[in-house]
Ligand binder design. Structure first.
Ligand SMILES: CC(C)(COP(=O)(O)OP(=O)(O)OC[C@H]1O[C@@H](n2cnc3c(N)ncnc32)[C@H](O)[C@@H]1OP(=O)(O)O)[C@@H](O)C(=O)NCCC(=O)NCCS
Length: 274
């Protein structure tokens, strides 16, 4: 079994996956020795309530940031082509306050998601695009779910048998504290006009067991981190576009660590890698 930054989560809650029967054949159903408690097939009516609760989880977390997903996005872009993995709790173990926040249907006694990581397989064999990460750590502070987001991402990547993980996120997102726990990230874009928010970076890294364990908080694993060559201000859109022009010209850059605050500004440590 894996050691994490918060083993109580593994002891107290179960894990779920959403996937079609055919896709589930390719899933590791026991990532790091943690067996799944719930499997939900999106093509069956009986899954409908849980799938609606995933949308509620998305609205509770992403909603305030303005990118809530419609149900068809879940179905077309996640549940049919890929998987949704996360931690959940039986509805009967929730407080009245939590049931109200989730707007649970009267009499519902199934699982309720506390976190989810969505990834979609890419054409390149072994490559997956991580499309959504959500955790109720900040929404339910009394449950002490610290590290839930990071653990969910690490376990999901293992379950999906991912070899190279891609993601896109905004330079100002606090999720970068999580993504950089997986080690050095190769930057495929630093400025992304194809995205609704151009100040988005696209990253990728080769998955190793060591990186997943380190990210999940296993105290026995420490990743090597190269020194940065320079820092990029999280709001420096000119700097992002200048780096993007260099990438398109053949240069390569890596994000080598989490954001930090220098003279009141959030900055990202970068190095030139080619
Ligand atoms: C972002 C999100 C997934 C985080 O979930 P979480 O369960 O709180 O995350 P974790 O506890 O695993 O990790 C958060 C890490 O970020 C750090 N962190 C977050 N904000 C920080 C800040 N402003 N300054 C310093 N550290 C910060 C935490 O300290 C923690 O790191 P640590 O373990 O080294 O202390 C959750 O808040 C969420 O669902 N947000 C909305 C959706 C979203 O933005 N998703 C990401 C899209 S790519």
């Amino acid at each position: 079994m894996i050691h994490t930054a918060n083993d109580a989560i593994i002891q107290d809650y179960g894990t779920f996956v959403v996937g079609t029967r055919a896709n589930l054949e390719h899933l590791d159903r026991s990532p790091f020795g943690l067996d799944l408690r719930w499997e939900l097939d999106p093509t069956r009516q009986e899954s409908a309530t849980f799938l609606a609760l995933l949308q509620r989880l998305d609205a509770l977390t992403f909603g305030p940031e303005g990118m809530p997903m419609d149900l068809w996005v879940f179905y077309d872009c996640a549940e049919l082509p890929g998987f949704i993995y996360g931690f959940a709790i039986e509805a009967s173990r929730m407080t009245t306050h939590e049931r109200v926040i989730f707007d649970l249907p009267v009499g519902y006694d199934g699982p309720v998601p506390l976190s989810m990581y969505i990834a979609i397989p890419m054409a390149e064999p072994g490559a997956w695009f991580g499309h959504n990460l959500a955790s109720l750590n900040l929404t339910f502070p009394e449950r002490r779910l610290q590290a839930l987001g990071t653990m969910t991402k690490a376990m999901a990547i293992k379950a999906y048998r991912t070899e190279r993980l891609f993601g896109a996120t905004q330079w100002t997102s606090r999720a970068l504290y999580i993504h950089t726990k997986f080690g050095v990230l190769d930057l495929h874009t630093t400025w992304t006009p194809a995205h609704s928010i151009p100040a988005t970076l696209t990253y990728a890294f080769d998955v190793t067991e060591e990186k997943l364990r380190a990210a999940a908080g296993d105290p026995a694993v420490r990743l090597e981190r190269p020194e940065p060559d320079f820092y990029l201000d999280a709001e420096d859109t000119d700097g992002m576009q200048a780096l993007q022009a260099q990438i398109e010209g053949g240069a390569a850059f890596q994000l080598v660590g989490p954001p930090s605050v220098q003279r009141g500004r959030t900055v990202h440590p970068l190095r030139r890698s080619g």
